[in-house]
Design a binder for this molecule. Structure first.
Ligand SMILES: O=c1ccn([C@H]2C[C@H](O)[C@@H](CO)O2)c(=O)[nH]1
Ligand SMILES: [Zn+2]
Length: 140
């Protein structure tokens, strides 16, 4: 794996330490690489009402957009958790990845043992409902 991707994994690991997880105690970190070289970190942020919990992946993506980064301007995202197999993004995060990242963007999934899996955004959510799905058919 390239040195840049190794650095991205290190950033994701650092983000993991900032997770707010009083309910699950399950820490997740993410690091999103912008085409400028800037890295946006994200951690999971839980809530007493459970439903409002934000995953690490979405925290990184929303932080980037809120900072002015444009959809489709990202090179890769690394995600890390204390899982047996490399952690894999939940369905909600996959949908958000499809919305804000290019289909061929790399998603690097990892765990604390150093296992890695790399897939593209499109591979993680085949047949996704996308912004173009909203285009209406012409009716006569
Ligand atoms: O890819 C994942 C999977 C789970 N979580 C979070 C949500 C919740 O806080 C905790 C347990 O599901 O882990 C993430 O942040 N990313
Ligand atoms: Zn998620």
């Amino acid at each position: 794996m390239s040195q840049q991707l190794e650095q991205l994994l290190d950033e994701a690991k650092a983000a993991m330490d900032l997770a707010y997880v009083p309910y699950s105690q399950f820490r997740v970190g993410a690091a999103l690489l912008h085409e400028s070289g800037h890295i946006y970190r994200g951690c999971n942020i839980e809530n007493a009402a459970y439903g409002p919990t934000n995953c690490a992946e979405r925290t990184a993506l929303f932080s980037a957009i809120a900072d002015g980064a444009k959809p489709g301007s990202f090179t890769a995202i690394a995600v890390i958790g204390e899982t047996t197999e490399p952690i894999t993004p939940c369905g909600v995060c996959r949908q958000v990845l499809v919305e804000l990242c290019s289909p061929d963007m790399k998603v690097i999934m990892s765990n604390l043992k150093g296992d890695r899996t790399v897939m593209t955004v499109a591979e993680l959510l085949p047949g996704a409902f996308t912004p173009s799905s909203l285009a209406k058919e012409e009716h006569s």
